[in-house]
Write a protein that binds this ligand. Structure first.
Ligand SMILES: Cc1ncc(COP(=O)(O)O)c(C=O)c1O
Length: 399
């Protein structure tokens, strides 16, 4: 490559195997069952409703819908969102809400405001690849803390931080139906985590895009609710998983004192979030569509998860274990012995099935024998076909 005077941080731009898989899959001409991306089912995107709202609200009658918007977000959307969240575990006030370009921009803003080069940032292990990549892009040192069925192991967190001899600047968690494991942080652990970050004076980066997609088990209060306005808690949310990822609209819920900084940081990134997309979402929320939409999605995702687990039990029993999420999009499968999922990936792609190998979710590459499956975007009959193909691929690599 031509020698260019790259900044030192360019070395830490690690990219995302998850996002790259979108281009990789688009380039394939054969039939592939796609368990790779974390997208809502295509048929779960409310395209008709959004198109009708678009025709009404961003058509010729409202040319201002194509103008620049307020950096903190279009007031109509902020008001509609506030009303939507009232009475939920994410209830909030207007001065805490800033609209972002997806959840990713919320993660970027948090790291931009809080992470200096060399700072210690705690991530779950496994963690959401783009979250750890964002911290790395601000030149953080990462500390991986194991996840089990109850989410991040906060006893291990305390011990590993003590052993590191350092204080984390940020603790990053995906507390509910975690990406990639599907695990949910228990109430006891949520409370202990808040005690720990308060003791350390660390920022808790609470990235909870799947919380509204519970289809089984008991609700657990969000970290946002439990924190009761503690300025150390920075909550990132998105419409990507509950309405449509292509809109690229999310929000952050932070201490009001941070909003001027968020606005300044955002003005140096993208000026404002896409206004037509904000108008679509305003219409969707104000028209009362979200609750029904979520109810349908929850039922369908439950059906899809159960279908995936049934076929896994039939084809991989005794050879692999998998998690049992109570919501969200993902299952985490671990082979008991000797299947390298990065080697498996190209063979599986040839067979016509795609997943994300476990190592993509760990900066230290701790999960060579695991993989993430998205159950949400595939119909049960296709899921069966996809897992039959996965079975053939595993047989071919000698698992
Ligand atoms: C845990 C987590 N955080 C953030 C995001 C990014 O959300 P968005 O697509 O809105 O940027 C995702 C998407 O996969 C995610 O799973």
């Amino acid at each position: 490559m031509t020698h260019l005077p790259l900044a030192s941080r360019a070395d830490q731009l690690v990219g995302s195997m998850i996002d790259s898989s979108t281009s990789l899959l688009a380039a394939q001409s054969h039939d592939i069952v796609r368990f790779a991306m974390g997208s809502p089912a295509a048929e779960a995107i409310p395209t008709r409703v959004l198109a009708a709202i678009g025709a009404e609200t961003i058509g010729e009658a409202s040319p201002d819908a194509f103008d620049y918007a307020a950096t903190e977000g279009d007031m109509r959307l902020r008001q509609a969102l506030l009303a939507e969240l009232e009475g939920t575990s994410d209830a909030t006030t207007l001065d805490r809400l800033t609209i972002t370009s997806g959840g990713m921009q919320g993660l970027d803003l948090a790291c931009k405001l809080f992470v200096d080069p060399g700072d210690l940032v705690v991530v779950e292990s496994p963690t959401y690849t783009n979250g750890s990549a964002t911290a790395l892009s601000y030149q953080a040192d990462l500390l991986e803390v194991p996840v089990d069925d109850d989410g991040m192991d906060v006893e291990a967190l305390e011990r590993l931080v003590r052993e590191s001899g350092r204080t984390p600047r940020v603790v990053y968690t995906v507390p509910t139906f975690q990406n990639p494991s599907g695990a949910t942080l228990s109430l006891e652990r949520r409370e202990r985590l808040l005690e720990l970050i308060r003791h350390w004076g660390s920022v808790l980066l609470d990235d909870d895009p799947y919380g509204m997609l519970r289809f089984a088990g008991q609700d657990v209060p969000t970290l946002h609710e439990l924190a009761a306005g503690d300025p150390l808690v920075f909550s990132v949310r998105t419409f990507s998983k509950i309405v449509a990822p292509g809109l690229r609209v999310g929000w952050v819920d932070t201490d009001p004192s941070l909003q001027p900084l968020l606005i300044n940081a955002k003005q140096a990134m993208d000026t404002c979030t896409n206004l037509p997309a904000q108008r679509l979402l305003t219409g969707f929320l104000a028209g009362g569509h979200l609750d029904d939409h979520l109810a349908t999605q929850r039922g369908e995702y439950r059906r899809r998860k159960e279908a995936m687990q049934d076929v896994l039990a039939e084809l991989f029993d005794g050879q692999a274990r998998w998690t049992d999420p109570e919501g969200g999009f993902f299952l985490w499968l671990t082979f008991d012995a000797g299947v390298d999922t990065e080697e498996l990936f190209p063979v599986a792609l040839e067979e016509g099935v795609a997943f994300i190998p476990g190592n993509a979710f760990s900066p230290g590459r701790r999960f060579p024998d695991a993989l993430r499956l998205c159950f949400a975007s595939t119909r049960p009959d296709r899921t069966r076909e996809g897992l039959l193909r996965l079975r053939r691929a595993v047989d071919r690599v000698g698992g």
